[in-house]
Ligand binder design. Structure first.
Ligand code: HEM
Length: 117
């Protein structure tokens, strides 16, 4: 089970790479107001949701204690990210504020995952 959990954490990290990497490629365009939510960001956000929920299930099945408040916060932030990226996925230009919120919340979720013990 430990190996399976580690594999799913690996997929969780690939999801972060896709979501954050997509955001980083658009940063120059963001300052010009012409950034768009690239498909990698939507797929990364969906990967985070699926692998995150799977990790909760696998850890519970293996009797590991999880910080449910921390996970609730991560889930809430991801829902905002996913909502914004999904709704605006076909827009040619996304306003700076919405784009910045997605990048900021993604980075916040990384540090919540790592620093909140
Ligand atoms: C953008 C959203 C997210 C980011 C950036 C993120 C980031 C991370 C990172 C970096 C880890 C590895 C931490 C470690 O092993 O020490 C992790 C683990 C984990 N994540 Fe996420 N995560 C996100 C969303 C979610 C969601 C929505 C859930 C489930 C509701 C979730 C559940 C978990 C679980 C269960 C673990 C392993 C146990 C733990 O470290 O708490 N994640 N996440």
């Amino acid at each position: 089970m430990d190996v399976l959990i580690k594999v799913v954490v690996g997929l969780h990290i690939i999801g972060i790479a896709s979501l954050l990497g997509g955001f980083l490629t658009q940063m120059k365009a963001m300052s010009a107001g012409t950034a768009r939510f690239v498909p990698a960001m939507l797929h990364g956000a969906l990967t985070m949701l699926v692998t995150g929920v799977a990790l909760v299930g696998l850890n519970q099945a293996d009797d590991h204690t999880l910080n449910t408040v921390k996970l609730g916060v991560k889930l809430a932030l991801l829902i905002v990210i996913l909502g914004l990226v999904y709704v605006k996925r076909d827009e040619e230009k996304v306003e700076k504020a919405a784009f910045g919120v997605v990048g900021g919340l993604t980075v916040a979720n990384i540090f919540i995952a790592l620093l909140w013990t």
